[in-house]
Design a protein around this ligand. Structure first.
Ligand SMILES: [Fe+2]
Length: 383
């Protein structure tokens, strides 16, 4: 009897109730958001409300700990005060009803400081997330500090279980590499006319993701690169996206080119490509808007690279000295190649792709790779 009790007690205290093994139970993570030189935000969701704790350190013994005692199901814990460009190990812990739930150990490298080399990867159309997991080894091998995901991450951004699936299936990637997600058309809602347009919202997107600013359009600087995220799904929110967002963009680009601590490279990230061989009807519905409202300003400020998604194939275009890259890391469809793209340099709908970008000093090298590590296409930008 006594033995059984001890065993039960030990089980309760030590058994790691792993998070997020079931892609539709509302529990997922941990995953990493908002990467900086000094930290990141560790996120996870539990079935039962409990504490939010992160154990972390430069060895797998952790040694440091940050905790929020307020009971919650959504856990978002900023880990701060870390050294730049340093590998940290961590695990998430939730305590509830006398039981502790531990995640598996994750790791991440804090962002490099000014002047240090930077690697990152660009994914898009990850909403076929089972395919994305095949890039796990390529992401690790790339040494990427973080992932730029140009959207769409899920089919229906308003549905919790869609995000559960995304973070559960992709857990081995997102537990060890921070992802910064752009808004796409599916971030609003999924199917059905009355679920879209003015009836849609980004509440769930903003609950799940921890982006700077208003979480739709924002910048962050890593090393010598300024990342400028934009929301290109203008038709769901035309007035705000064409006014507030554009005045913000103009100010952001002015600051980035005023000669005062300017970045070496400017990289814009948004979902819908302004230059693409994608569906002909987008020439009228989306590309003209993106050209008038985004490209005009990005070009004038000599933006170097624009990272995109949406069309479900891989394409590299160069227009007026700006490089545009769209990839299909998850969903792939050659049927979407319908339009003429005067900027087209390279196009492939044969295999799913991801961009690996390496920045060193005044040189940027980009490679579009498949999930076996084959280089499909590459280009460089020198300043
Ligand atoms: Fe899309």
């Amino acid at each position: 009897m006594r033995t059984a009790f001890v065993t039960l007690l030990a089980f309760a205290a030590l058994s790691p109730l792993a998070l997020g093994q079931n892609p539709s139970d509302g529990t997922f993570g941990p995953y990493l958001q908002s990467p900086t030189e000094n930290g990141a935000v560790v996120c996870w969701r539990t079935a039962t409300a409990g504490t939010s704790e992160v154990e972390y350190g430069t060895t797998q013994n952790y040694g440091q700990n940050v905790q929020q005692l307020a009971s919650a199901q959504w856990h978002q814990v900023p880990v701060t005060g870390l050294a730049a460009n340093t590998l940290y190990y961590y695990r998430a812990v939730t305590r509830a009803n006398g039981q502790a739930i531990f995640s598996e150990t994750g790791s991440f490298r804090t962002m490099p400081p000014r002047g240090a080399p930077l690697s990152f990867v660009h994914m898009a159309e990850t909403h076929d997330d089972d395919e994305v997991t095949k890039f796990r080894e390529e992401v690790a091998a790339s040494g990427a500090s973080f992932i730029v995901d140009a959207s769409d991450q899920v089919d229906d951004g308003a549905v919790l279980n869609e995000w559960d699936h995304y973070f559960t299936i992709g857990e081995a990637i997102y537990r060890n590499t921070p992802v910064v997600n752009a808004v796409g058309n599916h971030s609003y809602v999924g199917t059905g006319l009355f679920k879209t347009g003015i009836f849609g919202n980004l509440n769930m997107f903003k609950q799940v993701n921890v982006n700077p600013g208003n979480e739709e359009w924002f910048t962050f600087r890593v090393g010598d690169v300024l990342f400028i995220y934009l929301n290109s799904t203008w038709y769901f929110d035309p007035f705000r996206l064409s006014t507030s967002q554009i005045s913000w963009l103009k100010k952001t680009l002015a600051d980035a080119t005023d000669g005062n601590d300017d970045p070496v490279f400017k990289v814009a990230v948004f979902h819908t490509p302004p230059y693409s061989s994608g569906p002909w009807y987008r020439d009228y519905l989306e590309k003209i808007w993106a050209k008038n409202f985004f490209v005009k300003h990005l070009k004038a400020a000599r933006t170097d690279l624009v990272l995109l998604g949406h069309d479900k194939f891989n394409e590299h275009s160069v227009v007026d000295g700006v490089h545009y890259v769209q990839v299909a890391t998850g969903a792939l469809s050659a049927k979407r190649i319908q339009a003429k793209n005067p900027g087209k340099v390279w196009l492939s709908a044969q295999t799913r792709g991801m961009t690996v970008v390496r920045v060193n000093g005044r040189r940027l090298d980009a490679q579009i790779v498949d999930n076996a590590g084959n280089v499909l296409h590459s280009f460089s930008i020198a300043k």
